[in-house]
Design a protein around this ligand. Sequence first.
Ligand code: BTN
Length: 257
Amino acid sequence: EAIAYGLDAPFDVDYHDSVGSTNDRARELAATGARDVVVVADEQTASRGRLDREWVSPPGGVWLSVVLRPEAPPAHAPAYTLAMAVAVARACRETGVDARIKWPNDVLVGDSRETETEPAERGGRKLCGILTEMEGEADRVSWLVVGVGLNANVDPADLPASADATSLLAERGEPVDRRVLVQRILEEFDALTDDLRGAVDAWEEYADTVGRRVRVDTPGGVVEGDAVGIEFPGALVVDTGAETVRVTAGDCEHLRP
Ligand code: BTN
């Protein structure tokens, strides 16, 4: 089914059967002045992940990118990404799947804390990744693109073999209505971005990271300790035993408690 058919989103919809990357298309639209648009595609042929990683987009997924022009400083951009993670987690929970967030913005299934086996103990299976891109001046965002890659009705056989990936289909055993899923994600995201501080607070309710031991690979070095909270606009607060560190960027690994 075409996802965008009958979609009643709080954004204008730019739908493609196939596109290179919804983020790239969204950036093109942003460069021409677009705002409050969502690019949705059934298939992506050149999708990108965080940190220049490859992202595979098998059939059945939800691939979308929202273009915003918020009146906000660039430093607030992480809060939009956290808001999207909350929106995705909520929409996934409505399908009956126990979605949780790994800092900053991976949506995973299940709490891995009680798992005895490796490597699932490192943080559950990944359902969704988010890639936010931005252009701005020193004090104002010009545009923001928030891209969502959600393994919705992806056949388990089509999931990337190497990573601990999963899909809503794999978890539920039956497909979801992707149009409803997309609509719920966009409605939640639209509401959450009206109150970014509230969105960051909400993030903590869905977080699998807070309250556990983590190792974060940051541009400034590795930080290991207990994740104790999140701070607006998106810093993870880590108690290393020696000091309290606020981590603003990096790759987070969940450790055995
Ligand atoms: C990650 O590395 O976890 C983030 C993955 C983000 C993938 C999505 S799919 C829709 C949008 N278009 C892209 O090219 N990437 C993002």
